[in-house]
Design a protein around this ligand. Structure first.
Ligand SMILES: Cc1cc2nc3c(=O)[nH]c(=O)nc-3n(C[C@H](O)[C@H](O)[C@H](O)COP(=O)(O)O)c2cc1C
Length: 335
Protein backbone atom coordinates (compact mmCIF):
# COMPACT_ATOMS: atom_id res chain seq x y z
CA UNK A 1 0.00 0.00 0.00
CA UNK A 2 1.32 3.47 -0.83
CA UNK A 3 1.66 6.01 1.92
CA UNK A 4 -0.71 8.45 0.21
CA UNK A 5 -3.55 5.98 0.71
CA UNK A 6 -3.24 6.36 4.49
CA UNK A 7 -4.97 9.26 6.22
CA UNK A 8 -2.63 11.66 8.01
CA UNK A 9 -1.09 11.87 10.52
CA UNK A 10 0.94 8.81 9.58
CA UNK A 11 2.09 6.63 12.46
CA UNK A 12 5.56 5.20 11.96
CA UNK A 13 7.45 2.69 14.07
CA UNK A 14 11.09 3.88 14.12
CA UNK A 15 13.91 1.77 12.79
CA UNK A 16 15.64 0.31 15.86
CA UNK A 17 18.51 -2.09 15.39
CA UNK A 18 18.21 -4.96 17.85
CA UNK A 19 14.58 -4.17 18.73
CA UNK A 20 12.36 -3.43 15.75
CA UNK A 21 12.84 -6.77 14.00
CA UNK A 22 10.23 -8.51 11.86
CA UNK A 23 8.29 -9.84 14.87
CA UNK A 24 8.15 -6.49 16.66
CA UNK A 25 7.16 -4.72 13.45
CA UNK A 26 4.33 -7.22 12.89
CA UNK A 27 3.20 -6.80 16.50
CA UNK A 28 3.14 -3.02 16.12
CA UNK A 29 1.24 -3.16 12.81
CA UNK A 30 -1.36 -5.29 14.60
CA UNK A 31 -1.66 -2.64 17.29
CA UNK A 32 -1.99 0.32 14.95
CA UNK A 33 1.40 1.29 13.52
CA UNK A 34 0.90 2.18 9.87
CA UNK A 35 4.44 2.26 8.47
CA UNK A 36 7.65 0.55 9.60
CA UNK A 37 11.27 0.86 8.57
CA UNK A 38 14.02 -1.76 8.76
CA UNK A 39 17.14 -1.04 10.78
CA UNK A 40 20.07 0.34 8.84
CA UNK A 41 21.63 -2.02 6.29
CA UNK A 42 24.81 -1.40 4.28
CA UNK A 43 24.06 -0.16 0.76
CA UNK A 44 27.38 -1.61 -0.26
CA UNK A 45 26.27 -5.10 0.77
CA UNK A 46 23.19 -4.96 -1.44
CA UNK A 47 25.25 -3.67 -4.30
CA UNK A 48 27.61 -6.64 -3.95
CA UNK A 49 25.99 -9.89 -2.76
CA UNK A 50 22.34 -9.03 -2.30
CA UNK A 51 21.07 -12.62 -2.07
CA UNK A 52 22.72 -13.26 1.30
CA UNK A 53 21.52 -9.95 2.72
CA UNK A 54 18.04 -10.35 1.33
CA UNK A 55 17.82 -13.73 3.05
CA UNK A 56 18.98 -12.16 6.32
CA UNK A 57 16.07 -9.79 6.09
CA UNK A 58 13.37 -12.21 6.93
CA UNK A 59 10.00 -11.63 5.42
CA UNK A 60 8.35 -8.37 4.47
CA UNK A 61 4.94 -7.32 5.68
CA UNK A 62 2.50 -8.04 2.86
CA UNK A 63 0.45 -5.01 1.91
CA UNK A 64 1.60 -2.94 4.89
CA UNK A 65 3.98 -0.10 4.00
CA UNK A 66 7.55 -1.09 4.82
CA UNK A 67 10.76 0.78 3.99
CA UNK A 68 14.22 -0.73 3.93
CA UNK A 69 16.83 1.62 5.36
CA UNK A 70 20.29 1.87 3.78
CA UNK A 71 23.47 3.53 4.95
CA UNK A 72 26.71 4.16 3.14
CA UNK A 73 28.61 6.95 1.46
CA UNK A 74 29.02 6.07 -2.22
CA UNK A 75 26.13 7.15 -4.46
CA UNK A 76 26.65 4.23 -6.88
CA UNK A 77 26.10 1.75 -4.03
CA UNK A 78 22.74 3.32 -3.30
CA UNK A 79 21.69 3.15 -6.92
CA UNK A 80 22.52 -0.55 -7.19
CA UNK A 81 21.06 -1.36 -3.78
CA UNK A 82 17.83 0.49 -4.55
CA UNK A 83 17.49 -1.45 -7.79
CA UNK A 84 18.19 -4.84 -6.15
CA UNK A 85 15.73 -4.17 -3.33
CA UNK A 86 13.02 -2.88 -5.64
CA UNK A 87 13.32 -5.98 -7.81
CA UNK A 88 13.35 -8.40 -4.87
CA UNK A 89 10.91 -7.13 -2.25
CA UNK A 90 7.40 -5.63 -2.06
CA UNK A 91 8.50 -2.33 -0.51
CA UNK A 92 6.81 1.02 0.02
CA UNK A 93 10.12 2.77 -0.44
CA UNK A 94 13.82 3.03 0.24
CA UNK A 95 14.96 5.00 3.28
CA UNK A 96 18.43 6.52 3.59
CA UNK A 97 20.08 6.89 6.98
CA UNK A 98 21.61 10.33 7.53
CA UNK A 99 20.99 10.40 11.25
CA UNK A 100 22.84 7.60 12.98
CA UNK A 101 25.16 9.17 15.59
CA UNK A 102 27.14 6.01 16.51
CA UNK A 103 30.89 6.53 16.34
CA UNK A 104 31.51 3.38 14.32
CA UNK A 105 29.03 4.64 11.69
CA UNK A 106 30.04 8.30 11.50
CA UNK A 107 33.72 7.30 11.70
CA UNK A 108 33.41 5.96 8.15
CA UNK A 109 31.51 9.08 7.00
CA UNK A 110 28.15 7.30 7.12
CA UNK A 111 24.92 8.15 8.95
CA UNK A 112 24.81 11.63 10.48
CA UNK A 113 28.31 12.40 9.14
CA UNK A 114 26.51 13.12 5.85
CA UNK A 115 24.93 16.17 7.49
CA UNK A 116 28.37 17.75 7.05
CA UNK A 117 28.58 16.75 3.39
CA UNK A 118 25.45 18.18 1.76
CA UNK A 119 26.68 17.64 -1.80
CA UNK A 120 27.43 13.99 -1.21
CA UNK A 121 24.08 13.62 0.58
CA UNK A 122 22.22 15.08 -2.41
CA UNK A 123 24.16 12.85 -4.81
CA UNK A 124 23.18 9.80 -2.74
CA UNK A 125 19.50 10.71 -2.92
CA UNK A 126 19.71 11.32 -6.67
CA UNK A 127 21.46 7.96 -7.16
CA UNK A 128 18.88 6.07 -5.11
CA UNK A 129 16.17 7.76 -7.20
CA UNK A 130 17.86 6.59 -10.35
CA UNK A 131 17.74 3.00 -9.05
CA UNK A 132 14.06 2.78 -8.18
CA UNK A 133 10.61 3.96 -9.10
CA UNK A 134 9.66 3.78 -5.40
CA UNK A 135 9.64 6.78 -3.05
CA UNK A 136 13.03 7.58 -1.54
CA UNK A 137 12.89 8.90 2.00
CA UNK A 138 15.71 10.23 4.18
CA UNK A 139 16.01 10.09 7.95
CA UNK A 140 18.05 13.01 9.30
CA UNK A 141 18.93 14.68 12.56
CA UNK A 142 18.78 18.45 12.99
CA UNK A 143 22.46 18.84 12.22
CA UNK A 144 25.92 17.79 13.32
CA UNK A 145 26.49 20.28 16.14
CA UNK A 146 24.02 23.02 15.19
CA UNK A 147 20.76 23.15 13.29
CA UNK A 148 21.16 22.88 9.51
CA UNK A 149 18.07 20.80 8.86
CA UNK A 150 15.91 23.34 6.96
CA UNK A 151 18.57 24.07 4.28
CA UNK A 152 19.72 20.47 4.21
CA UNK A 153 16.14 19.27 3.77
CA UNK A 154 15.61 21.68 0.85
CA UNK A 155 18.68 20.26 -0.85
CA UNK A 156 17.46 16.70 -0.41
CA UNK A 157 14.06 17.65 -1.78
CA UNK A 158 15.71 19.16 -4.87
CA UNK A 159 17.74 15.96 -5.28
CA UNK A 160 14.53 13.92 -5.41
CA UNK A 161 13.64 12.87 -1.86
CA UNK A 162 9.91 12.18 -1.52
CA UNK A 163 9.73 12.11 2.28
CA UNK A 164 11.87 13.21 5.22
CA UNK A 165 11.98 12.08 8.81
CA UNK A 166 13.69 14.37 11.26
CA UNK A 167 14.84 13.39 14.75
CA UNK A 168 14.94 16.77 16.49
CA UNK A 169 18.40 16.50 18.02
CA UNK A 170 21.86 17.19 16.66
CA UNK A 171 24.46 14.45 16.33
CA UNK A 172 26.45 16.08 19.13
CA UNK A 173 23.47 15.77 21.46
CA UNK A 174 23.24 12.03 20.81
CA UNK A 175 20.15 11.27 22.95
CA UNK A 176 20.68 13.98 25.56
CA UNK A 177 18.28 16.79 26.37
CA UNK A 178 14.80 17.12 24.99
CA UNK A 179 13.81 16.92 21.36
CA UNK A 180 13.78 20.36 19.70
CA UNK A 181 10.29 20.81 18.28
CA UNK A 182 11.10 24.26 16.85
CA UNK A 183 13.82 22.67 14.71
CA UNK A 184 11.30 20.16 13.39
CA UNK A 185 8.74 22.90 12.66
CA UNK A 186 11.34 24.96 10.77
CA UNK A 187 12.28 21.93 8.66
CA UNK A 188 8.65 21.22 7.83
CA UNK A 189 8.16 24.83 6.74
CA UNK A 190 11.24 24.70 4.52
CA UNK A 191 10.06 21.94 2.16
CA UNK A 192 7.05 20.91 0.13
CA UNK A 193 7.44 17.15 0.63
CA UNK A 194 5.89 15.37 3.64
CA UNK A 195 7.89 15.43 6.88
CA UNK A 196 7.68 12.94 9.74
CA UNK A 197 8.64 14.18 13.22
CA UNK A 198 10.65 11.96 15.52
CA UNK A 199 11.92 12.08 19.07
CA UNK A 200 10.54 11.52 22.57
CA UNK A 201 6.98 10.59 21.60
CA UNK A 202 5.89 8.42 24.51
CA UNK A 203 2.17 9.12 24.91
CA UNK A 204 -0.76 11.01 23.42
CA UNK A 205 0.35 14.37 24.85
CA UNK A 206 3.86 14.15 23.37
CA UNK A 207 2.37 12.98 20.07
CA UNK A 208 0.07 16.00 19.98
CA UNK A 209 3.01 18.30 20.74
CA UNK A 210 4.92 16.76 17.85
CA UNK A 211 1.94 17.19 15.51
CA UNK A 212 1.67 20.86 16.52
CA UNK A 213 4.93 21.39 14.57
CA UNK A 214 2.89 20.84 11.40
CA UNK A 215 4.45 17.47 10.48
CA UNK A 216 2.57 14.94 8.39
CA UNK A 217 3.34 11.99 10.60
CA UNK A 218 5.06 10.91 13.78
CA UNK A 219 7.67 8.24 14.28
CA UNK A 220 7.80 6.42 17.60
CA UNK A 221 10.91 4.56 18.73
CA UNK A 222 11.82 3.95 22.37
CA UNK A 223 8.29 4.81 23.51
CA UNK A 224 7.03 1.65 21.82
CA UNK A 225 9.58 -0.66 23.46
CA UNK A 226 7.74 -2.37 26.29
CA UNK A 227 4.61 -0.47 25.26
CA UNK A 228 3.69 -1.33 21.65
CA UNK A 229 0.04 -0.66 22.56
CA UNK A 230 1.00 3.01 22.39
CA UNK A 231 0.11 2.78 18.69
CA UNK A 232 -3.40 1.68 19.63
CA UNK A 233 -3.72 4.64 21.98
CA UNK A 234 -2.46 7.00 19.26
CA UNK A 235 -4.83 5.58 16.65
CA UNK A 236 -7.75 6.08 19.02
CA UNK A 237 -6.76 9.56 20.19
CA UNK A 238 -5.48 11.06 16.93
CA UNK A 239 -7.63 9.28 14.38
CA UNK A 240 -10.76 8.54 16.42
CA UNK A 241 -10.66 4.84 15.68
CA UNK A 242 -12.63 3.22 18.48
CA UNK A 243 -11.62 -0.33 17.57
CA UNK A 244 -8.20 0.48 18.94
CA UNK A 245 -9.48 1.53 22.34
CA UNK A 246 -9.18 -1.73 24.24
CA UNK A 247 -6.95 -4.69 24.87
CA UNK A 248 -3.62 -3.10 24.19
CA UNK A 249 -2.23 -2.88 27.72
CA UNK A 250 0.90 -4.90 28.38
CA UNK A 251 -0.62 -8.25 29.20
CA UNK A 252 0.23 -11.92 29.16
CA UNK A 253 -1.70 -12.23 25.89
CA UNK A 254 0.21 -9.39 24.23
CA UNK A 255 3.56 -10.84 25.27
CA UNK A 256 2.51 -14.30 24.03
CA UNK A 257 1.53 -12.74 20.72
CA UNK A 258 4.97 -11.16 20.48
CA UNK A 259 6.65 -14.47 21.35
CA UNK A 260 4.61 -16.38 18.75
CA UNK A 261 5.68 -13.94 16.04
CA UNK A 262 9.32 -14.09 17.11
CA UNK A 263 9.22 -17.89 17.22
CA UNK A 264 7.61 -18.03 13.78
CA UNK A 265 10.60 -16.14 12.48
CA UNK A 266 13.47 -17.63 14.48
CA UNK A 267 12.35 -20.83 16.21
CA UNK A 268 13.80 -21.38 19.71
CA UNK A 269 16.64 -18.96 18.93
CA UNK A 270 14.05 -16.21 19.12
CA UNK A 271 13.67 -16.52 22.91
CA UNK A 272 17.12 -15.07 23.46
CA UNK A 273 16.29 -12.02 21.33
CA UNK A 274 12.97 -11.69 23.10
CA UNK A 275 14.58 -11.27 26.53
CA UNK A 276 15.28 -7.55 26.20
CA UNK A 277 11.64 -7.01 25.24
CA UNK A 278 10.52 -9.02 28.28
CA UNK A 279 12.63 -6.77 30.50
CA UNK A 280 10.91 -3.77 28.93
CA UNK A 281 7.45 -5.35 29.42
CA UNK A 282 8.31 -5.87 33.09
CA UNK A 283 8.81 -2.13 33.63
CA UNK A 284 5.93 -0.87 35.70
CA UNK A 285 5.72 -4.11 37.65
CA UNK A 286 6.46 -4.06 41.37
CA UNK A 287 8.53 -7.21 40.76
CA UNK A 288 10.51 -5.70 37.85
CA UNK A 289 13.90 -6.54 39.37
CA UNK A 290 12.90 -10.16 39.99
CA UNK A 291 11.40 -10.49 36.51
CA UNK A 292 14.54 -9.02 34.98
CA UNK A 293 16.65 -11.71 36.58
CA UNK A 294 14.17 -14.38 35.50
CA UNK A 295 14.50 -13.61 31.78
CA UNK A 296 17.85 -15.41 31.70
CA UNK A 297 15.97 -18.69 31.99
CA UNK A 298 13.61 -17.95 29.07
CA UNK A 299 14.85 -20.20 26.29
CA UNK A 300 11.77 -22.31 25.44
CA UNK A 301 7.98 -22.13 25.51
CA UNK A 302 7.63 -23.80 28.95
CA UNK A 303 10.24 -21.41 30.37
CA UNK A 304 8.39 -18.44 28.87
CA UNK A 305 5.11 -19.67 30.38
CA UNK A 306 6.78 -19.89 33.80
CA UNK A 307 8.06 -16.34 33.42
CA UNK A 308 4.59 -15.19 32.34
CA UNK A 309 3.08 -16.79 35.49
CA UNK A 310 5.44 -14.67 37.57
CA UNK A 311 4.65 -11.64 35.44
CA UNK A 312 0.89 -12.13 35.87
CA UNK A 313 1.20 -12.67 39.62
CA UNK A 314 3.22 -9.51 40.22
CA UNK A 315 1.19 -6.39 40.93
CA UNK A 316 1.58 -3.49 38.51
CA UNK A 317 2.45 -0.08 39.86
CA UNK A 318 -0.86 1.59 40.71
CA UNK A 319 -0.29 4.83 38.80
CA UNK A 320 2.56 4.66 36.32
CA UNK A 321 1.93 8.22 35.03
CA UNK A 322 3.20 9.28 31.61
CA UNK A 323 5.55 6.60 30.37
CA UNK A 324 9.16 7.54 30.04
CA UNK A 325 11.01 6.02 27.13
CA UNK A 326 13.82 3.68 28.18
CA UNK A 327 17.06 5.60 28.12
CA UNK A 328 19.14 5.27 24.99
CA UNK A 329 21.71 3.32 27.02
CA UNK A 330 19.08 0.79 28.08
CA UNK A 331 17.82 0.39 24.53
CA UNK A 332 20.85 0.65 22.31
CA UNK A 333 22.71 -2.62 22.34
CA UNK A 334 23.80 -2.65 18.70
CA UNK A 335 23.45 0.94 17.63
C1 LIG B 1 18.05 0.56 20.03
C2 LIG B 1 17.95 1.60 18.95
C3 LIG B 1 18.31 1.29 17.67
C4 LIG B 1 18.20 2.24 16.65
N1 LIG B 1 18.50 1.89 15.36
C5 LIG B 1 18.30 2.78 14.35
C6 LIG B 1 18.51 2.42 12.98
O1 LIG B 1 18.88 1.27 12.64
N2 LIG B 1 18.30 3.38 12.04
C7 LIG B 1 17.89 4.65 12.36
O2 LIG B 1 17.68 5.49 11.47
N3 LIG B 1 17.66 5.01 13.64
C8 LIG B 1 17.85 4.11 14.63
N4 LIG B 1 17.59 4.46 15.92
C9 LIG B 1 17.08 5.83 16.20
C10 LIG B 1 15.53 5.81 16.25
O3 LIG B 1 15.00 5.44 15.00
C11 LIG B 1 14.98 7.19 16.64
O4 LIG B 1 15.38 8.14 15.70
C12 LIG B 1 15.45 7.66 18.02
O5 LIG B 1 15.40 6.61 18.96
C13 LIG B 1 14.60 8.84 18.54
O6 LIG B 1 13.25 8.48 18.59
P1 LIG B 1 12.53 8.06 19.98
O7 LIG B 1 12.75 9.18 20.95
O8 LIG B 1 11.09 7.87 19.61
O9 LIG B 1 13.20 6.80 20.43
C14 LIG B 1 17.73 3.54 16.94
C15 LIG B 1 17.38 3.86 18.25
C16 LIG B 1 17.47 2.92 19.25
C17 LIG B 1 17.04 3.29 20.65
Amino acid sequence: MALEQIAKPWLFLAPMAGYADWAFRELCYGLGAEVTVSHLMPAEGFAGRPRRLLAAFGRCHGERPFFVQLYGKYPEHFQRAARALTDALPLAGIDINMGCPAQRVVGSSHGSALLREPERAAAIVAAARAGTHLPVSVKIRGGWDSCVAPEFARLLEEAGASLLTIHGRTREQQYRGRVDLAMIAATKRAVGIPVVGNGDVVDVATARAMLATGVDGIMVGRGAIGNPGLFAELRAALKGEPRYLGGHEVSVELIRRHARLAWQEGGDRAFRDLRKHLIAYARGSLAAAQLRKGVERVSSWPALEEWLDEFAAAPRLPCPGPRAAPSSRQARPDF
